[in-house]
Design a protein. Structure first.
Length: 210
């Protein structure tokens, strides 16, 4: 007797299997048939949910973004944290969310999916902006930050950092990356009116990468 699964559960199964295969074999070496065999479904079932292997990759990347944003929202909603503490945890969480996500982003770069890469950057910025704006406004109320444009400041900081420090777009040498991290730290502290040294942990993050 054929067992019918909830559509969302079936879609998740396909994404989980494809993610595992993309990381283990590489995106280019994985076929739709490989995914079918891994999940145990017919080709028609796959194409009911996704039009192509590329669309599966897109959905996987967007799923990682959604998880990162949900984590940021949880931190931002914590009443026991000050605004600088929230920013620290959110930034460290976003940068430290490597592992499987990092491997998937590497695959995204390797398949030269520029459209999806751009989409993932834009979506990250759009979803994180309101979350971080609330944190900055809290910081203004606490006296930790001073800026008349909290939302716009966050937008500029997110766009510049997400794009300029994206290793899939720019292949900076370690010393160049560190120099840009130093500049980014200075810019963040200046534009937010934060105390000097408030964002020194950014330098430590990029120092470790170098």
């Amino acid at each position: 007797m054929r067992i019918l699964k909830n559509p969302e559960n079936r879609k998740t199964e396909i994404l989980d299997a494809a993610e595992m295969l993309f990381v283990a074999r590489g995106y280019a070496e994985t076929t739709v048939n490989d995914i079918l065999r891994e999940v145990g479904i017919a080709k028609g079932t796959f194409y009911y949910y996704f039009q192509s292997k590329e669309e599966v990759m897109d959905a996987i990347v967007m799923r990682f973004i959604d998880k990162g944003v949900e984590s940021a929202k949880a931190i931002a909603a914590d009443p026991g944290l000050t605004a600088p503490e929230k920013l620290f945890q959110i930034i460290m969480g976003l940068r430290g969310d490597g592992g499987q996500k990092g491997e998937m982003i590497d695959e995204l770069h390797q398949v030269n999916n520029a459209e999806m890469h751009q989409k993932s950057l834009v979506e990250t910025i759009l979803q994180l902006t309101p979350v971080l704006t609330d944190v900055i406004e809290q910081g203004i109320g606490e006296g930790a930050f001073q800026t008349p444009y909290p939302k716009e400041t966050i937008e500029f900081l997110l766009v510049s950092s997400q794009f300029l420090l994206d290793e899939g777009i720019f292949q900076w040498e370690p010393q160049e990356l560190m120099q840009k991290a130093m500049a980014l730290t200075h810019i963040i502290e200046t534009t937010l009116g934060a105390e000097k040294g408030s964002f020194a942990y950014i330098l430590e993050m990029y120092g470790e990468k170098g």
